[in-house]
Structure formats: C-alpha cells, structure tokens
Design a binder for this molecule. Structure first.
Ligand code: HSE
Length: 428
C-alpha cells in the first residue's frame, strides 16, 4: 500500500516526517514498510526533505496517481477537500483525513460513496489530535450504550483561556491567539477556534459515533470564547471555578443535547486541570462507566500520530472495511431531535455592571425571584467610575426563564452594557 499526501502544512509535514522517523517501528508492527508515492503541495515545507520524493504542485495529481492506494487529505477547508476526497474515492483509493469540517458537514455523502466503491475513509485525526478518541468510542466502548460525552476539544481555546488565567499577566487575547497560530494549533481561519465552530464540528462527529445518530452540524448550539474577559476568569476563580470551553452531548429519551460553549468547571473536577493545548474527553457509558481520555489536541506530531494510526489500520485490514464509519450500521442510524438551547436546564454565572446606587441589589433579586431563580452565590465589587460588578451563580434553571430574566435585568435603568452569562458545567 502506497501513500499519497495532499497538503504539507502543520499536519502534512508531521505525517511526512513521522513516516521516515518511525518507519521501522511501524514496520515491526505491520510487517510492511509504508512508502510515499507522491506529495501534492503548493509549496515545500522547510522541515521536510523532499529530495527523493515525487512532488507535484497539483494535489489532484495525487488522487489520479495509479501508484497511490491511500490518500491523506491534509489540505483543510471544505470545497477543494470535498472534490479531492470524492475523486479519490471514485478512483478506489482509501482516504485518511484530519478534516473535521469535511466529515461533520459532508460525512453522509463521503461515507455513501466510499461504501459503494468499497474503500475506507478514516478520520481519527479530526478530533482531539493525538488522543485516539474515535477508536476508543467506536471500538473500545462498542459493547456499551453511550450516555454522554463531554470534553475540551479545541486546543487553541484552551490555550488562550489558560494563558488568560495566569494571575497578574494580563495578556491580550490577540497576542495569545497569535502565539497559538505560531505554534501551529489554530485553524487557517482562527475564528473557527475562538467562535467554537471547530469544536462544534468535532462534537457533531463525537455525538454520532457515540449514539448512532446522523451527523447534525446544522443543529448544534455554538458559542466561542471571544466574549470571555479576564475579569470573568478572576471572579470565577474567587467562586471556586475555572472557565473552560466544553463540548457536551447527551443521549436523551426523545432528543439529543448537542452544545459547545464556555463553562464554569468546579476547580476540583479533572477537566479544570486540563491546561494549555491539551484536550480531554470524558465518556459516560452504561457498562464501562465514566472513562476519560487526555492528550495534546493539536499540533504537528500529535495529529500526525492519529493520521498514521489510521493508515496502519487500513494496511492491517488490507483495505477491507472492518468498522462502520460512524461505528453503527448506516441503516440503523436513529434520527433524533436536537434539543433547543432554550430547553436546557442548568446553573449559570451572571455578571452585571450596574450603577452603584441604593436598592439596585434588591431590584435584581426581585426580578430573579419573579422567574423563580434563586441565588446560590453572589459577589459584588466596585468597578471604575462609580459602577459595581455584580456576579451571581444561579440555581439550576430553564434557559428560557433565565433569558427572560436577563432581558428584564438588562432593561433596568441602573444596568450598563451587556450582561455576561456563562453556563456552569454539571457532570452529575
Ligand atoms: N485548531 C484545532 C485546535 C486544531 O485548536 O484544537 C486541532 O483540531
């Protein structure tokens, strides 16, 4: 089996170098040498010695090359990537991709075509970098009914939140993001990371392989970290929490919960200890109970490790399909309603900026009381210019009621600007 690499960026260069660096170790495992028939890339990569490699500037040459058996789609994006993958499949080539957007948005079409042509499409590298989470859920936990999956699945966001949490450093959001880009963690368009879209792509796939439901990227609730301030991080810390960007999906009786957004995580919880570019995914299942998987969620080496793990699986099975793409027989995928975020019930952190006048606190608690929202914790701090910051943790409340209450609170004469709301994670 010969490999064709399309794209020589962070992941492609990592895969190229891993094949040469660990080739002998892989041969000990699979009894064969992995060879690269061709690399398609717009420009060379400074870390890759391409002197003895067949290189083309047109990635479509790779999927046409009769010597190539396995195409590594590592170009990213969805337009060219979809064309490339569909052409590879129609030319009867197996595909390994790190492209979560492609799978979350076009997985049905791709898997359908692959099944007709009898080739494999593998995507371990699409989720959580070096953590073999697809394998863990699709194979290791295959005997379970999976109940929920929750995790930190965007390395860039976690890196930014961790850096912003460093006491006294007061780092600007833009500078930390620039570091994440320089380190090769961020997407080509970093708004995908900071606005939660990358995590939404990954959670969409995780939800499907966990519960056997169709891919529903169109219905996922998505919120990123761009509205999180260092003040919120500081107040959360005072209250015993760490702010993390989480993806959470639950398999309920008649619906599926599917949401990515920032959360307050109790400091004592393991997910609060996940720092920097690290990812962690927890899976709740009926027989195995809760299991947790931790590792680098982005970067050249970790993602290349996942790509080559998939290549090895294809070689080991001689390309004969051994596991359904989403882990369930396609005809058994069970369409379920995706829960609207307004139906979600949980505690929340609220931060209001109000003018520091007598009676304001009473008015705030009256409005909350009208919506049957009680206050579990409260802090008040003087802010600049005679304003006060009021920070509240509510009891568990229906999101719709909280939205209505927040609208009334925003309408008070004393309220200045927007009210910040961050959901509190509940793993019970
Ligand atoms: N931009 C992604 C992240 C890369 O930061 O997690 C890995 O998918």
């Amino acid at each position: 089996m010969q490999i064709g690499i399309c794209g020589l960026g962070t992941v492609g260069s990592g895969a190229f170098n891993l094949i040469s660096g660990n080739g002998q170790e892989m041969k000990r495992r699979i009894g064969r040498e992995l060879t690269i028939a061709q690399v398609g890339c717009r420009r060379d990569h400074p870390d890759c010695d391409l002197s003895s490699t067949n290189v083309t500037r047109d990635i479509f040459d790779v999927v046409k090359n009769p010597e190539v058996d396995i195409v590594l789609e590592l170009i990213g994006g969805t337009d060219d990537a979809l064309k490339l993958v569909m052409e590879a499949i129609s030319n009867k080539k197996h595909v390994v991709t790190a492209n979560k957007a492609l799978i979350a948005e076009h997985g049905d079409e791709i898997f359908g075509a692959a099944s007709k042509r009898g080739v494999q499409v593998r995507f371990e590298a699409a989720i959580a970098g070096g953590i073999p989470i697809v394998k863990a859920i699709r194979e290791g936990l295959a005997a379970n009914r999976v109940e929920w999956v929750a995790g930190i699945i965007n390395g860039t966001s976690n890196y930014i939140l961790t850096e912003m949490s460093e006491p006294g450093r007061n780092l600007a959001f833009a500078d930390v993001l620039k570091d994440a880009q320089d380190l090769g963690y961020a997407e080509a368009d970093p708004t995908f990371d900071v606005e939660g879209i990358d995590a939404a792509h990954k959670l969409t796939i995780l939800s499907s392989i966990a519960f056997g439901v169709p891919l529903r990227f169109d219905a996922i609730y998505t919120e990123g970290i761009s509205g999180i301030t260092s003040e919120d991080i500081g107040y959360a810390r005072e209250l015993g929490y760490t702010i993390r960007h989480l993806g959470v999906t639950r398999n309920l009786e008649d619906s599926v919960e599917l949401r990515v957004h920032p959360c307050l995580v109790a400091n004592s919880h393991m997910l609060a200890q996940v720092n920097g570019v690290m990812n962690a995914v927890m899976v709740g299942s009926d027989a195995a109970g809760a299991t947790m998987y931790y590792g680098a969620g982005a970067g050249s080496g970790p993602t290349a490790s996942a790509v080559l793990g998939d290549v090895i699986d294809i070689v080991r099975t001689d390309g004969v399909h051994s596991v359904a793409n989403l882990g369930f027989m396609p005809e058994t995928l069970e369409p379920k309603r995706v829960m609207e975020i307004q139906e979600f019930e949980g505690s929340a952190y609220l931060r209001l900026v109000v003018s520091d006048e007598p009676g304001v606190m009473a008015r705030i608690s009256t409005i909350l009381g009208q919506y049957k929202i009680s206050i579990e914790a409260l802090i008040q701090k003087d802010a600049r210019g005679g304003d006060a910051h009021v920070v509240i943790i509510t009891n568990s409340v229906l999101e719709k009621s909280l939205n209505d209450a927040m609208q009334e609170l925003a309408g008070l004469d004393e309220t200045k600007g927007d009210i910040a709301r961050i959901r509190v994670a509940d793993f019970s």
